[in-house]
Design a protein around this ligand. Sequence first.
Ligand code: NAP
Length: 257
Amino acid sequence: MSRIAGKVAIVTGATAGIGAACVRSLAEAGARLVPTGRRGDRLQALADEVAGNGGQAHPYVLDVRDRIGVAAFAEWLEGEGLAADILVNNAGLARGLDPVHEGKHDDWDEMIDTNVKGVLNMMRALLPGMVARDSGHVVNVGSIAGYMAYPKGNVYCATKFAVRGLTEGANIDLVNTKVRMSSVDPGLVETEFSLVRFRGNAARAGRTYEGVDSLQPEDVADAVRYVLEAPPRVNVLHMVVMPTVQRSPFVMGNRGS
Ligand SMILES: NC(=O)c1ccc[n+]([C@@H]2O[C@H](COP(=O)([O-])OP(=O)(O)OC[C@H]3O[C@@H](n4cnc5c(N)ncnc54)[C@H](OP(=O)(O)O)[C@@H]3O)[C@@H](O)[C@H]2O)c1
């Protein structure tokens, strides 16, 4: 029997990639899902798929940058009897790959507002209920970019350093509660991430994954599920997961080998 069966799990950024894979995996474990993201059609399709497989999903259109919208979402959850047991803070993005002295302010704002403030908005809205119930688990999706910056990754990497710092800080703040705080920090995962980074340039995005046996979104969802399934006495603070071919942000095995 899964330890998360019947639990309410909120997943941000559930319209694609890792977030969608988390929704499928946690639903399979019997959790009651609340997939969120900005593209409502995709959320609905995912919720229908989950329901078709005998699971439960309540889609909710949400931009994690919208602090007021996030607060309204938290109220909606309470009103629907969907008090959050699990929050997977996954929504995130990179924009561009410029040296910092040529970076674009709008790209910086979008990354910082989504990856850092978005995570904070969600934690601020949902953690009070978890603390009051003395129960809950937050999993932030960080990155190996949060341990070591890579060339031209400057601001994106800084946002993921911030996610690691927020995970560690919140973890300390939650001492003397049963609320757990974790991060899952992946290396290269084949998703729409590069397509977003290069603003729809599929050829450029495709080169990121060419000849590399990258992680698939399901591999990261497996890690998230492992962290959530751990017994209540166990808190995985950080779990770093990379493709076998990738040994650090700088050490990638030969492509195609
Ligand atoms: N792919 C990788 O190699 C990799 C490696 C390490 C870490 N990560 C991290 O993994 C997480 C998921 O990325 P992914 O690789 O699965 O990329 P993806 O396929 O592009 O998915 C990103 C998701 O984030 C959502 N999102 C973006 N901005 C949002 C906003 N303002 N409000 C709500 N949702 C928003 C998108 O949904 P909407 O556009 O519909 O809102 C989408 O569902 C990110 O935090 C990323 O930094 C990725």
